[in-house]
Design a protein around this ligand. Structure first.
Ligand code: SAM
Length: 269
């Protein structure tokens, strides 16, 4: 399946705008906000630092970082998509927060330009994750750090009576839809391969039991996508999604997923 996150600018204008609106408003949903707070805490921004938000999208992380570094610090949000950055600029922010459009494999910043960087839900989508991590290691100064947030769809646990059908739908979603959905478990290996030192790896398990978190909508959407793509038939869809809807109505829906946060340090020269 085509991954719209790899190059959002290739979408029609209304599709790009919906994608931007989706990630921007998703950031306010409690499980997502909790993960963003944990990412920022793991990066531990200090006053006066220069920080990069790589794959910044609509700037949801950059806007959290900017007040923490203050002025004369700086936060630069970088994304491959001009549409995402245009949306980010409409969300406002202080003068020491700016947005620039680049592809992560070749950043135009001099060596050692930043004290650190954050990257949220982006590494799974980039065309060349290794080149991106190496390039981030060039622009972050020796001793500087990088905090990366990725979930891992292979850890999505859903309470459902049909185990075989649940595995079929979730495995298909994990292996096929929107990028490398095992990126969470691969962060340590990929960080080491790109020359980073691993300072910390954290896991945040988020739980959904109703519609106040993203879990129910995401899991239900798996069923819809599986139907649209011929992975399940209409009667399997009706049974699977029907049970999820009934569970939700009865207060018996349960899903959980792991979010991983890697804190890596650039080796001292
Ligand atoms: C799922 S969004 C995450 C955005 C934001 N970090 C957040 O958590 O809301 C992934 C972002 O990565 C960007 N992206 C994908 N490939 C990229 C690349 N090679 N270089 C820079 N940005 C890239 C996309 O344009 C998109 O904005």
């Amino acid at each position: 399946m085509t991954n719209p996150w790899r190059n959002p600018d290739a979408l029609p204008a209304d599709g790009l705008h919906s994608l931007a609106q989706f990630i921007n408003s998703r950031a306010d949903i409690p499980d997502q906000a909790q993960a963003h707070v944990a990412l920022v805490e793991a990066l531990s921004p200090q006053p006066g630092e220069r920080l990069l938000d790589f794959g910044c999208g609509t700037g949801v992380i950059a806007r959290r970082l900017a007040p923490l570094v203050g002025d004369p610090g700086a936060v630069v949000g970088v994304d491959i998509s001009t549409g995402m950055l245009d949306f980010a600029r409409t969300c406002g922010g202080p003068d020491h927060l700016r947005y620039e459009q680049y592809n992560g494999a070749t950043l135009p910043f001099p060596d050692d330009s930043f004290d650190g960087g954050a990257m949220a839900r982006t590494l799974l989508h980039v065309e060349d994750p290794h080149a991106t991590l190496v390039e981030l290691g060039r622009v972050v100064r020796p001793g500087g750090r990088l905090a990366i947030l990725e979930c891992d769809w292979g850890t999505m646990a859903v309470d459902q009576s049909d185990r075989a059908l649940t595995r079929r739908i979730l495995d298909w979603r994990t292996d096929t839809v929107d990028g490398n959905n095992w990126m969470g478990r691969q962060l340590v290996g990929r960080g080491l391969a790109a020359g980073w030192r691993i300072a910390d790896i954290r896991v945040l398990t988020t739980i959904g039991r109703d519609e106040t978190t993203t879990h129910f909508g995401s899991v239900r959407r798996c069923g819809e996508l599986a139907l649209q793509n011929g992975v399940i038939d209409q009667s399997e869809f009706d049974n699977w999604v029907g049970e999820l809807d009934n569970r939700l109505a009865a207060g018996l829906f349960f899903a959980s997923i792991n979010e991983y946060i890697l804190v890596a340090r650039r080796q001292n020269a």
